[in-house]
Design a protein around this ligand. Sequence first.
Ligand code: ADP
Length: 468
Amino acid sequence: MVWDIDSTPISNKRFRSLRNRLLFSYLLVIAAILGTFSAAVYILVARDRHQQLNTHLHQVADSSAGTLEIIVHEYRELTTEKEYSGYLQTKPDGTPLPMTLAELMSKYEGGARFPVDAEPISPLQQGVEWYNQQRQLIVREGKLFLPTLLPAHIPQQGILIQQGHIRSFAQPVYMASATNPEKILGYIRVSESTLTLEAELRRLQWGLIVGVVTVSGLAALGGIWLTRESLQPVVQSFQQLKQFTSDASHELRNPLTAIRASIAVMQSHPERIHPADVEKLKAIAFASAQMSQLVDDLLLLARMDGQEVDRQGWRRITLDEILEDLVDLYSDRAAEAQISLNSQIIPNIEVNGDGSQLQRLFTNLLANALQYTTPGGKVVVSLQRTGIYAIVSFEDTGIGIAPEQLSHIFDRFWRTDQARHQHDNGSGLGLAIAKTIAQHHQGDITVRSELGAGSCFQVKIPLASVEP
Ligand code: ADP
């Protein structure tokens, strides 16, 4: 039953874009939550694993430190007592090479076991180095060592150094003698490879990435269903509202036509009208004309709302002809209002579209420009070509629009307070209709305006030559 949603498809362009935006925001939130969660898991695990490694290095260093005194002692015997001369191997320059514990122990062959109590060392992953007081490396165990010398300064609590894929911990070892507790006996350095740890963290990283991607993918599928489901009631009420507007406008047309016809008949016989009623009749005629216009506008908007563009009635429209005719038509009205109306129209600009709709679009903009320009002002209609678009501009030196109101002017029934008080013949639908028509023609309308200085409405429509 749940999948029945497709029975009312979201075909309306505006709803599709709303659905996509909802889906996008939903996915963004899910991805942000998962991303934050995964990052937190990774950081905590990585910190914990690094901590474990450091603790292990400390432990090995501590247990190895206990053996340093004996090792230093044994090593000194090798270097000072004659019976061991030649026991130490040296580099070509004469400095002795470090030895292993087993080599050091070998001088006791057949004797007591050398009492070394170091942690068992994995030969490939770790290495322990014993240094004497003069920082000379005397014994080392394991296979992994830092190639560098001991750090110049080693604090009492030791020092951790990461070099490439090796982490080392070096610490000084102090003499146990009560009289000279601060005297340094030597140093211990423990090194361990971080390759295993890095590989483990890389595996965790990949696991989390794959997890986030998989869950996001599943969330996307769920999101598609969820957004469709949640938009369904909105889409249905919108359709109902649209249907109602369309039906109501349609039904209102006939009675309005009858009223207007009756008024026209009455006005055609002024001698039958009582002088006191002449003005009332004029007001009724004006109001019914306005209502007819409003009903027509509502019907047009209801029909165009969310409809896929039907190009069947479209043909090539020569914009310069429409605009020239329009300027001619409005020149008397402009002269009456003492407004200079000029045009800068380049010829042979064609677009594909519905001629009457385009005419309606430009009429609305020109009528507004003249309506909201005070006597002595100027209105310029221009047509030019920019790239793949025909650009039609209506520029006036009229009352202008305040910046905070610019975002509302294309809303239905929206009018500025000034327009409401000074021009009572508008409905606030003109620009909404103009914008809808422009968008139906794959174009758009933009506006620039400055309060008190004037406005410029610019319509952009793709040229016929570039359309498929
Ligand atoms: P109407 O003109 O019927 O009021 P519109 O939708 O055409 O409705 O315009 C909406 C509002 O935008 C107008 O009420 C007016 O306040 C403002 N407006 C439109 N065109 C202009 C213009 N050229 N100059 C100043 N204000 C304008």
